[in-house]
Design a protein. Structure first.
Ligand SMILES: *[C@@H]1O[C@H](CO)[C@@H](O)[C@H](O)[C@H]1NC(C)=O
Ligand SMILES: *[C@@H]1O[C@H](CO)[C@@H](O)[C@H](O)[C@H]1NC(C)=O
Ligand SMILES: *[C@@H]1O[C@H](CO)[C@@H](O)[C@H](O)[C@H]1NC(C)=O
Length: 377
């Protein structure tokens, strides 16, 4: 089925407007088929320890063995926050698709509602870019919580978001009304962490999808020690609201542990408690099938910008700015060998941890990313 035929509704219930932007809540109904990994020895779904160790194995460098792939299909509702610049004169015909990381939902991009200073939508809209932050399948406000191991895998995210990008680009008299009420000529993939690796995978598998990539909380020199040492728990055991979730939906068990991996350097100390109170999940399938995300994207030639905090525990590992810049630069030969030097940019703000724009350096990150996009698109 063509994705454009699958779009159904525009919900205005979440409509909100602040200076510089107009936001609404939207929902896409997306049919997708994915070749998902089949694991040789899946965990006992009733044994929390077993499920957690299974999710962590790929981070440890020993992904669970697979016996090939199998086709998994479904029609999934993907919720989004869609914001457009209120100044139509300054508005560009460019949509940024914002894809969150592990244990977050789309509210990551709205600074978790904490302060305008950490709101990516506001910063992008002020520069003339429309923004669509989506909840990845199985997360955020999405109504469905599919099987965490068999269905919610990275390849399924890639297929769903490939269909979503086709939908936001398409509007013809023959197709049903588009969810956004208009079509966009240009789409920029803006990822954070896991959302960045999904971006590099889209660049490899569907190079026509994005006109540019902004990959944050990202490098090809990773150190996942702190993922392994953090305390994980089944979300069902952690928050009453998640009580019915399958054990394969996992989350971080302690506020201090969460703050230590996502924040470093200079940030508002009131943010990590709020962040912990609102944390989302990772599924065991998202963790175990990570190898599909770690391949280079030869053939992708469009602009790529990598922005990662110098104190990012996973991707710059508390190095100096110069050490971090070396790692970010290395991601071009490692993952984007056909992106020219002129089409590649990096930014490594100091005193900044993994959740890059939730730190006080956010205005500099907004400026670096949008200066690059203005120059390249
Ligand atoms: C649960 O899984 C762990 C790790 O695989 C294992 O050591 C333990 O024996 C299992 N517990 C039960 C009750 O099966
Ligand atoms: C809207 O954008 C145009 C073009 O950038 C600018 O000249 C104008 O001052 C802006 N209007 C407001 C109200 O900000
Ligand atoms: C990886 O990170 C851990 C914790 O941040 C650190 O102790 C360790 O030295 C790092 N390993 C390497 C090879 O840099």
């Amino acid at each position: 089925m063509r994705s454009a035929q699958a779009l159904i509704c525009l919900l205005l219930s979440g409509a909100a407007s602040v200076a510089g932007q107009d936001c609404s809540t939207v929902a896409f109904d997306i049919p997708a088929t994915s070749q998902n990994a089949v694991f040789t020895s899946p965990p006992n779904p009733n044994n929390e320890t077993d499920v957690i160790q299974f999710m962590l194995a790929a981070f440890r460098g020993t992904p669970p063995p697979t016996s090939g792939t199998t086709a998994v299909s479904g029609t999934f509702t993907i919720m989004g926050t869609y914001c457009v610049p209120s100044n139509q004169t300054a508005s560009k015909n460019v949509l940024q698709v914002l894809v969150h990381g592990i244990t977050y939902g789309k509210d990551y991009w709205a600074g978790l509602g904490f302060a305008d200073e950490f709101n990516w939508h506001l910063a992008a809209n002020a520069r003339g870019y429309a923004t669509l932050a989506i909840d990845r399948l199985g997360h955020g406000e999405n109504p469905q919580r599919p099987d965490p191991l068999a269905v919610v895998q990275p390849q399924m995210h890639v297929e769903v978001l490939h269909q979503l990008i086709a939908a936001v680009r398409t509007q013809s008299p023959l197709s049903p009304p588009s969810v956004l009420g208009r079509a966009y000529d240009k789409v920029v993939w803006v990822g954070h962490s896991y959302g960045s690796f999904l971006g590099s995978t889209i660049a490899r598998q569907f190079p026509a999808d994005a006109d540019a990539m902004v990959l944050m909380g990202f490098s090809t020199t990773e150190n996942f020690t702190d993922v392994l040492t953090a305390a994980w728990t089944a979300a069902a055991h952690h928050a009453p609201a998640d009580g019915n979730l399958p054990t394969g939906y996992l989350t971080l068990a302690s506020e201090a542990g969460r703050a230590a991996v996502f924040y470093a350097g200079e940030f508002d100390p009131a943010l990590p408690p709020l962040d912990f109170a609102r944390e989302d999940t990772i599924t065991d399938g998202e963790g175990a099938a990570i190898p599909v995300l770690l391949e280079p994207a030869p053939g992708f030639t469009k602009p790529v910008f990598v922005a990662t905090g110098a104190q990012d525990v996973f991707f710059c590992n508390f190095g100096s700015v110069a050490e971090c810049e070396t790692k970010l630069a290395k991601s071009r030969p490692d993952f984007f060998p056909d992106v020219s030097e002129a089409n590649f940019g990096i930014f490594a703000p100091d005193k900044t941890g993994h959740d890059i724009h939730l730190h006080f350096s956010a205005p500099r990150t907004y400026a670096a990313v949008h200066d690059f996009l203005d120059a390249k698109l």
